[in-house]
Design a protein around this ligand. Structure first.
Ligand code: ADP
Length: 345
């Protein structure tokens, strides 16, 4: 018999250890809703600690206590498990899923911290809302102008030409936006498969040629160490570099002065794009890599941007196991720098 008790003790100890190590909070109650047991995670979720929670439920976070008691009462009434969720805003914002389960005598509660799932869900919602908003603007403009042409058949030729130009410009804007969105989705979901040894100096020269075809007056200097070679997916890295060059030219007032510098050490290649443009306000620097973030929405729109360029660059560099950073001084200019491992294999 004593052996049996010992085995039982060990079993209980094991169960206790399992409950204590769970990320989910677990609280068990007697028939009068007094706490019999609470694990460590529950103590943290109720913001009072395991010990206090086990002594008195009311020591816990008020809103969570009242929600839990209400849920336990419903579970008891229905004789079945019930679920609910709760957003706690005190201190760190937490989104909790709660399950109350009635037992023959008493009940128990399981609490799951679903904050990160909720954040991902919210990011998805924001993304769709932003994308639809950005697409809606050119569609509204195109529709307005097309209706004008439809309703006013005898407009002078100059006005008709002006309207057509605006329609074409907004179609281009929509095209750029859709392409950026599709590239972003591709880069997020598709692994890099076509990586080859690439001369980044040659890539910078190619970027310079492309930029000059759009901004013929831009001054672009390339300062490079010989043989800056890295294994990359050439097409998409070129896109990242072009986005940085394009921004440097786009946001400069007057002809842009841009310097692209390439250097290397044994393991990595560093590329920086410096401009002498207006710079970026310090409080915006932390946000410019977020999707749809623009320092000045109206100004960006006028220049054909929707705040997707830098998030695309960041994704591309990270996909290559690289790091992207920025330094900027108002009125003096901005430098974007990315460092890539020479070979990720
Ligand atoms: P967009 O597509 O609108 O240009 P980006 O994601 O490329 O968006 O850039 C985000 C914001 O960062 C822009 O709204 C712009 O204000 C700022 N920015 C980016 N590059 C530069 C730069 N070289 N100089 C000044 N501001 C810049």
């Amino acid at each position: 018999m004593p052996y049996l008790t010992k085995d039982k003790d060990k079993e209980l100890e094991k169960k206790d250890a399992i409950l204590e190590s769970l990320l989910e909070g677990v609280v068990s109650f007697d028939a009068k809703d007094r706490v019999i047991y609470a694990n460590f995670a529950a103590g943290q979720m109720f913001s009072c600690g395991k010990k206090k929670l086990e002594k008195d439920l009311l020591k816990g976070s008020e809103i969570l206590v009242s929600k839990s008691l209400a849920l336990l009462a419903t579970a008891r009434q229905l004789g079945a498990a019930v679920t609910d969720s709760l957003f706690l805003e005190k201190g760190k914002k937490t989104y909790l899923n709660l399950v109350a389960v009635p037992l023959q005598e008493g009940s128990f509660l399981v609490l799951q911290d679903a904050s990160s799932d909720q954040k991902i869900l919210q990011m998805g919602k924001d993304f769709v809302a932003n994308a639809s908003h950005e697409l809606k603007t050119p569609i509204t403009i195109i529709r307005g102008f097309a209706e004008t042409l439809q309703d006013m058949k005898d407009l002078p030729k100059e006005i008709v030409d002006e309207i057509l130009e605006k329609i074409v410009k907004n179609c281009q804007r929509m095209n750029t936006l859709v392409r950026s969105l599709l590239t972003l989705a591709d880069i997020e979901n598709i692994p890099l498969v076509n990586c080859v040894s690439c001369d980044l100096g040659a890539l910078a020269q190619e970027g310079k040629r492309s930029l000059l075809s759009v901004y013929p007056n831009a001054q672009i200097e390339i300062v490079e160490e010989d043989g800056c070679i890295a294994v990359v997916e050439e097409g998409i890295l070129e896109l990242a570099l072009f986005n940085l060059l394009d921004n440097a030219a786009k946001y400069s007032t007057g002809p842009a002065k841009i310097t692209v510098t390439l250097s290397q050490d044994e393991e990595s290649v560093t590329v920086s794009v410096n401009d002498k443009g207006p710079g970026i306000p310090p409080h915006d620097l932390d946000h410019i890599f977020e999707r749809f973030y623009t320092v000045n929405k109206a100004h960006s729109r006028k220049l054909g941007g929707a705040g997707l360029g830098l998030s695309l660059v960041k994704k591309i560099i990270e996909k290559h196991d690289g790091v992207l950073s920025v330094t900027s001084l108002l009125g003096e200019g901005t430098t974007f720098t990315f460092r890539l491992p020479k070979d990720r294999r």
